[in-house]
Design a protein around this ligand. Structure first.
Ligand SMILES: O=C(O)CCC(=O)C(=O)O
Ligand SMILES: [Fe+2]
Length: 233
């Protein structure tokens, strides 16, 4: 096993877990290099960054898929809900590539959201919209440089809201639009290092944040779905 009982406890308590150094440095360095290449911009030439090619949004290059090592997938399986099914935790064909380039202005997050809560997608809340999400960080993230923001324990409060009226909250979009009805407390800005992986629960409130630093933030987000048939949508 990759994660300790203490880490699993932390995940259950907080609704997320940042696992340091889960991706070996040689693999994550290759993935970062591939991301620069796919975006068509140069690490040491900031003037090129504004021309980044966003068509790589769902990039499936082998260098990035290589991040999903057996250790990564085992950690995901340890945290996923229900019976572990190795078929579910195989590397996905698609995932979201999430670069955040530096911008001028005040640092801020974009407001708490839960994933899969877009109305037109029609995702159901129960038993869960997806098993587990993971953000793999491909480079170091300094404070106020695009770190993911999380609300510890928000998954339990949002879960309680959902269960208070399962009919009303049948769909993720209805739950997502009522987050203001619960006090989810204060957020924490994560400052992960290259190779760290953030796992989060499907009801964990979180947000992207503005990068007012000097380097782009590169991350890859993946979801493990409820069942294998939905896995590679
Ligand atoms: O970029 C981030 O740090 C967060 C992204 C996010 O919330 C998402 O992809 O749903
Ligand atoms: Fe999100």
């Amino acid at each position: 096993m990759i994660l300790s009982c203490k880490q699993i406890e932390q995940y259950l308590e907080n609704g997320y877990l940042l696992v340091p150094g889960l991706i070996p440095s040689d693999i994550v360095e290759c993935a970062e290099a591939k991301m620069w290449q796919e975006l068509g911009v140069h690490s040491n030439e900031p003037e090129t960054w504004k021309n980044a090619n966003w068509e790589t949004w769902s990039l499936i290059s082998p260098e990035i898929r290589a991040c999903y090592t057996p250790e990564f997938l085992t950690a995901a399986m340890q945290l996923g809900e229900g019976e572990p099914d190795p078929e579910i935790y195989r590397p996905r064909k698609r995932h979201s590539v999430l670069p955040i380039f530096p911008q001028e202005g005040e640092w801020r997050h974009h407001g708490a959201h839960i994933d899969h809560s877009i109305k037109s997608h029609g995702e159901k809340t129960f038993p869960f919209a997806f098993r587990l999400a993971a953000m793999a960080y491909l480079n170091d993230v300094e404070p106020h440089s695009g770190g993911t923001v999380v609300w510890p324990g928000s998954h339990r409060k949002i879960g309680a809201l959902a269960r208070s009226n399962p009919t009303h909250y049948e769909y993720m979009w209805s739950l997502g639009s009522d987050l203001h009805k619960v006090d989810i407390g204060e957020p924490i800005e994560l400052t992960p290092n290259q190779g760290d992986v953030l796992f989060y629960h499907y009801l964990c409130a979180h947000s992207g944040s503005q990068n007012v630093g000097r380097r782009p933030r590169f991350a890859v987000n993946t979801k493990w779905e409820r069942d294998v048939s939905r896995h590679d949508r």
